[in-house]
Design a protein around this ligand. Structure first.
Ligand SMILES: Cc1cc2nc3c(=O)[nH]c(=O)nc-3n(C[C@H](O)[C@H](O)[C@H](O)COP(=O)(O)OP(=O)(O)OC[C@H]3O[C@@H](n4cnc5c(N)ncnc54)[C@H](O)[C@@H]3O)c2cc1C
Length: 436
């Protein structure tokens, strides 16, 4: 057997990688984390722009997300509520805006939101086992298929669809119904709770603080600005080659790359079929999250247009006297350029006519080679066909990513779940050698 430098190389310093590294270190193994970017956090990223610390990736957390909640408790981190909206707007089928209270909007969508997940208890009886149940037969359907079956019309259809674009970050004919069912299953079948869990409470101190707390507990080295380019499984040792020419030899590797990015590494042998398939097809999410500064103090509002609009959901997040900052979500990252303020103004005008755009900013996760996706949602069929296989180790290589989590796949909670899962597996089969 070739000599190894460390027990485990963890590729990627997002939530999955940092949690895996922490656990492996606590278990007595020698670990190096290799991260391509010059920062921690992966698909979470707190950056100071438009005069505020803004979250460009994952933001909202909830106590129904057990892995996330355990970490927040562990580090004594609190949550704060995004102040509730006082006004809502949506579109009529005639293209004319409607304005009302949030309660009126919730009444409008109630029937559609309930009906698309009506069979959740038979589809996925246990949220922790999302491939078990009637989901196998339903998994061929997209969310759009299900909405079309319901026969909703007019503003009820537009509003219900726009709400789900906000959840799945893609056109609804691209996303499996399974994404709706599995997240609602994770909240015990209650769609209102799923909505709250995914868009209401943020971590005090932001994701930068949350990620930093976990990273401070990692005992091994975290090597930033070092992209892994090749992974060569060998005789008891895996060689991890980096863009700077260095090679680290380890007994195990934990790869935390998103499904859409795994193909960016040259694997020394053919990856398992599910990884090849999923990498080729790619997962469904492909949308936009944009921060928009507007002049003056604006009312606390939430607005919905339709899935055909570049921004389908818009909310006031930070309200100030001189300017306010809105957050928007749309189905296609390529449909709106944040630096084209005329285009952004037109997108905002679809919601209200009292907003003057001053500036806007976004991170294009789809164009970012280290993500190539936003928050993971499956295409029809992918969940039941591939998830179980994607969770399996491939010899000495383990895969931990929110994209292959069981409970809150696509969320921060799923990333933590997957990091814990693979660390546990490695610790169950390996003892440390103190090799360095
Ligand atoms: C816009 C947006 C909004 C979101 N909103 C929410 C939300 O409100 N709540 C929620 O819970 N979740 C949300 N999510 C999802 C959540 O952020 C992710 O599911 C989670 O952060 C993924 O963690 P991960 O560790 O699995 O993957 P990642 O965070 O993607 O980590 C993978 C790491 O691997 C690194 N890497 C990639 N390639 C290489 C390479 N070749 N060599 C070395 N390193 C490499 C990457 O740089 C990255 O740091 C959102 C995501 C996005 C993009």
């Amino acid at each position: 057997m070739t000599a190894h430098d460390v027990d485990v190389v963890v590729i990627g310093a997002g939530f999955a990688g940092l949690v895996a590294a922490r656990e492996l270190g606590r278990g007595g193994l020698d670990v190096v984390v290799i991260e391509a970017r010059d920062r921690l956090g992966g698909r979470t990223w707190t950056d100071h722009r438009l005069g505020h610390d803004l979250e460009f990736g994952g933001t909202w957390v909830h106590w129904v997300q057990p892995h996330t909640w355990a970490e927040l408790t562990r580090y004594g981190l609190g949550i704060e509520r995004t102040p509730p909206a006082e006004e809502a707007s949506w579109l009529g089928e005639d293209g004319v805006r409607r304005h009302g209270t949030v309660d009126e909007f919730m009444t409008l969508i109630e029937g559609g939101q309930q009906r698309i997940v009506d069979d959740v208890r038979t589809a996925i009886p246990r949220g922790v086992a999302p491939t078990v149940g009637a989901i196998e037969r339903l998994d061929a359907l997209s969310i759009q298929d299900r909405f079309d079956q319901l026969g909703l019309t007019g503003e009820e259809r537009l509003a219900n669809e726009a709400v789900w674009v906000g959840h799945v970050n893609a056109p609804l004919d691209r996303v499996g119904l399974s994404s709706a069912l599995r997240w609602v299953a994770a909240t015990g079948g209650h769609w209102q709770l799923m909505h709250e869990a995914s868009s209401t409470y943020r971590v005090v101190g932001g994701m930068r603080g949350f990620v930093g707390a976990i990273a401070a507990d990692v005992t091994g080295e975290i090597r930033l600005s070092t992209a892994v380019t090749a992974v060569e499984p060998g005789d008891g040792v895996v060689a991890v080659g980096c863009a700077d020419g260095t090679v680290v030899r380890a007994r195990r590797v934990v790869c935390t790359l998103p499904v859409n990015a795994v193909g960016s590494i040259a694997w020394g042998a053919e990856l398992p079929a599910a990884w090849r398939r999923a990498g080729k097809e790619r997962v469904a999410s492909q949308g936009l999250k944009i921060w928009i500064e507007v002049r003056g103090r604006v009312p606390r509002f939430v607005g919905y247009t339709s899935q055909q609009h570049p921004v389908s959901v818009l909310k006031s997040e930070l309200v100030g006297d001189d300017s306010s900052v809105l957050v928007g979500f749309g189905p296609d990252h390529a449909a709106l350029a944040a630096d084209d303020l005329a285009q952004v103004q037109a997108a905002v005008d679809a919601f209200r006519d009292d907003l003057e755009v001053v500036d806007a900013t976004a991170h294009d996760w789809m164009a970012d080679p280290y993500a190539a996706t936003t928050w993971m949602t499956h295409r029809p069929g992918q969940l039941t066909r591939d998830l179980v296989e994607l969770q399996e180790p491939w010899g000495q290589v383990h895969f931990a990513t929110s994209d292959n989590a069981s409970l809150w796949g696509g969320f921060i909670d799923g990333a933590i779940e997957s990091g814990l899962r693979e660390a546990r597996r490695i610790l169950a089969g390996t003892t440390g050698t103190g090799s360095r």
